[in-house]
Write a protein that binds this ligand. Structure first.
Ligand code: LUB
Length: 215
């Protein structure tokens, strides 16, 4: 900061209004994610979103100028939260490899409980239907995990001969495939069990160096 005040402080009333607008936008996003994850892109209308959130269609359009924009925002949000979650876990004192495991535990829980995560996954499968620039799938997660695996390597936690990039790509392939198969076959009812076995096999082959106190 250079000490120069670049944005004048808005009057209190205006701040409140902005705060409410942010909250409303988040409510619309959540309602849209619930509908999109359950019914898919084609069968969800802006009117459905408005009805679910108890607003007029015009009010929804004020926050998202099209269904395409809303779908893209849901997908962006589905990726956007994870770097912060990773940082939070890392800051809690876990080492890099344990951080990766915990991050994926949380992603698995999100696949079961978070409509934004579920909608994001569904929208990526439906991306040919969406006439907008939907973020490229897999790349954000691969970037995030590559960074964490590089830290694991530096800490001597990554098995010798495994590169951070290959580890990241392999983990994302496994986790994406695992949750997709679980969704297709059981609507993710068996996701905990499938993640448990995937995690054991993956991390057994990824962890290296001297045995740590990890159990
Ligand atoms: C993640 C999905 C669903 C990967 O990265 C992605 O694009 C993902 C949808 O494409 O899960 C696993 C964390």
């Amino acid at each position: 900061m250079n000490g120069k005040q670049s944005t004048p402080t808005p009057p209190a009333g205006q701040e409140l209004k902005q705060e409410r607008a942010i909250q409303t936008r988040a409510q619309v996003l959540t309602a849209a994610a619930e509908l999109l994850s359950a019914k898919g892109y084609r069968n969800t209308s802006m009117q459905d979103v408005a009805d679910r959130v108890g607003m007029t269609k015009g009010a929804v359009y004020f926050h998202f100028r099209s269904k395409e924009t809303l779908a893209v925002a849901v997908v962006q949000h589905h990726y956007g939260q994870w770097p912060n979650v990773a940082e939070h876990i890392r800051a809690s004192g876990l080492g890099p490899m344990d951080t990766i495991e915990e991050l994926l535990n949380r992603a698995t829980t999100a696949f079961q409980k978070d409509p934004v995560m579920q909608a994001g996954a569904r929208l990526q499968l439906e991306r040919p239907l969406i006439d907008a620039e939907v973020p490229q799938p897999y790349v954000d997660w691969t970037t995030l995990l590559t960074r964490l695996f590089a830290e694991a390597e530096a800490a001597g936690e990554l098995r010798a001969g495994v590169t951070p990039e290959a580890a990241a790509r392999t983990v994302i392939a496994a986790v994406f495939g695992m949750q997709h198969i679980s969704d297709t076959l059981t609507h993710r009812a068996d996701l905990d069990a499938r993640w448990g076995e995937t995690r054991e096999i993956l991390f057994h082959s990824l962890r290296g160096g001297q045995p740590s106190d990890h159990v």
